[in-house]
Design a protein. Structure first.
Length: 82
């Protein structure tokens, strides 16, 4: 379930050395990241305590189960990149 739900995340978080255009910042690859950290981050984006317009918009579309599934899937994908 997580792979399907995380598909749109890969457009940014699945590209090595990805830097978005504006505002310019490095987009981290999150494969292998700790699942609990990813759940906390997505919940914070969803409830607005962590600020990032695109992430807030995406997280707001996820149910709590979706967040758990996405986090578990990314955590299982290997080591996080530096």
């Amino acid at each position: 379930a997580g792979a399907e739900k995380a598909y749109t995340c890969l457009g940014c978080h699945g590209v090595q050395h990805y830097v978005n255009v504006y505002p310019t910042y490095h987009v981290p690859r999150i494969a292998g990241q700790n699942a609990e950290y990813l759940v906390a981050a997505l919940q914070a984006y969803k409830n607005g305590t962590r600020k990032h317009q695109t992430m807030q918009a995406n997280a707001s579309l996820l149910s709590d189960q979706d967040i758990e599934d996405v986090a578990a899937w990314f955590a299982a994908q290997g080591q996080p990149s530096p």
